[in-house]
Design a binder for this molecule. Sequence first.
Ligand code: BGC
Length: 761
Amino acid sequence: MNIKKAMLSTWVAGMLVCITTPLKAEVTGPPVPVFSKSSITKAKKLLASLTLEEKIGQMNQLTITSFESSPGVLDEVKLEEAILKYNIGSILNVPGTGAVSPKSWAKLMAKIEAISNKTDKKIPILYGIDAIHGSSYTSGATLFPQQIGMAATWNTDLVEQGTRVSAYETRASSIPWVFSPDLDLPRSPVWSRLWESFGEDTYLSKTMGVAMVKGFEGDNVGDKYNVATCIKHFVGYGSTVTGRDRTPSIIPDRVLQQFDLPIFKAAIDAKAKSIMISSGEINGTPVHASKKLLTTILKEQLGFQGMVLTDWQDIIYLHTRHKVAKNNRDAVKMAVNAGIDMSMVPDNYTFYTDLLLLVKSGEVPMSRIDDAVLKILSLKYELGLFDQPFVAKAKAYDKFGSAEHETLAYNAAAESITLLKNKEAILPLSKNKKILVTGPTANSMKFLNGGWTFTWQGEKADTYEKDEYTILEAFEEKIGKENVNYVQGVEIFKELDITEAVKKAENVDVIVLCIGEHNYTETPGDIMGLAITEPQQKLAEALIATGKPIVLVLNEGRPRTITSFETKTNATIQCYLPGSEGSRALIDIIYGDVNPSGRLPYNYPRFTNSLQKYNRKYTESLGDEEQNDDADYQKSYNPLYEFGAGLSYTTFEYTNLTVDKTTFSNSDTITVNVTIKNTGKLAGKEVVQLYLTDKVASITPEVKSLRAYQKINLTPGESKTINFNLNPEDFMFVNEAEKWVAEPGEFVIKIDSLTKTIELK
Ligand code: BGC
């Protein structure tokens, strides 16, 4: 299906009739040029001079670990074979021992460059890395909150600035290309990669994704401080039915068009240079084998002109795992003909060998190879790899790991941490209170950072970050060791000394209980149930039984259910995976030196089997307007905390919600104004959130959907009037005929508790 145009439509006598002006649907558009004419011209010239073997070589990406004799030890003979014999185009990944210094990266790149300079055409190798919350495979780099935390800031400027630091420090590591941002839209909080995403909402993800693409690529991706992005994972990867990683997704085309594609389209329009394909399957078709998704939708409908990369080993998996190809040769044919430009093979030459045979036999047309290699070479030119050595000189990057960069990471953590509950204003705590710090996440850097940190699963953070503050150390620094008692209590999966924790609680005023999740990413993070682990529940229950006030600190990648004990805590703070500066930011919030301003980017479930999104349908939402609530059913929609929730130490009052039109037509922009006043005693940041409800529609409407937001700062007593524009697209959805439409009728605009009803004529 290829939506070329969306029409503003009207519902007349039960029939959908398209009227008036066609509108540009937000997920359709002409090709978006991502490479300059000059890069393309140079790439074409070079392409014309390449042999078939050289072309096919360019389409191979191998992991650096496949050129190691043992972890971290490079086998130069193997590396030479890859470049001199197979002409590979790209290398990825961190050495087998984990993150290395910028200097070591530079040495490695110099070796690679020296080898590629020995080839006939001297085509530079394109090195790519998972720098997903800072340059997290480089020791000493500045580590930001993981993406879920960045989303919780609801501050796109801050996200863009932070991403610029990641770009700078990745280039300082001699690497010009990152596999980020993650634009997945998780449909189950069980999914182990939820924290790599921006959460459950399309609009929030779209705006955050664009901020990151801009931050990474800047105006000129070839600049020595910018890197190319690889937006990922196209598409539907985060939607598995089971919530387990890399299991099937069922996504109707209509739903894909309305909720998943707009996130990618926005990043494509922001000129993202490359894209990584989802390892999953949608409706029974692995995405890597789908010409409809990779060519018809991605390249033709969304207009993507950049380079298309597979995910790890995913062509091989078409045969060995998905079983849609009878052998590897078939798998290569399917994927390349579907629209793949480069294969993350990642550690052998099966793709090379099979593709060569397929082109020779005419099963993969030469035109497809030329198209793929043109994209790869254009990206290399665009990045300036042919003009400047890509071995970074330390003195050109003196801000690497600097205090300036650290401050940005601190600010991002401080704006992400979300205060969910503050009974009887127990927070901020006064500094003269004695506290017990306990729980498995209280004294380790690895829980603050999560996966993709120094290593794939992030288990070595304590070795790499001896100088950074754990939560416990940040408390001790703030109020003095003499005021802080500590006992770990339990590990994530194991009981240790709960009785000791209970005993130590006797002599303190407040307990700070730090719980969360082990380190993981991808399939190793799959879980059998969403509830927080049993040892942690036991510790929480034992501490609650002491009757001492409890401040619960959540340090987790996804919202694990905690209802049985959380309802008895005095305060609850969600930290997500806040990065290396997270502990200091958390402690500053706990003592009131920072006023919290994070907001949840997902619904926090109350029950493990009630995982509705905030933008639920009315039938999922018994108790919402006009539902049958004449029986004593259990309400089906009752999250523990809702998307967008988060408290401040000050109070905000919303007044004067106005709209410039109460009736409007298909071409109108609606201007919405609202005034917000800080009515408390402290300066604070508020996230103004605008939701829209389509009262009646031909596709069951969502109870509400986010359409705009803005984070503002208000001093005590200060008022600001905020202005939002709603465009015709904001009133549209994808109808049964898979067209973007806005149907006449009433819409409700909601900001805080204020509403205005307007009518589309
Ligand atoms: C992940 C990607 C990642 C790639 C390279 C894959 O397993 O799914 O997100 O970019 O590995 O490390």
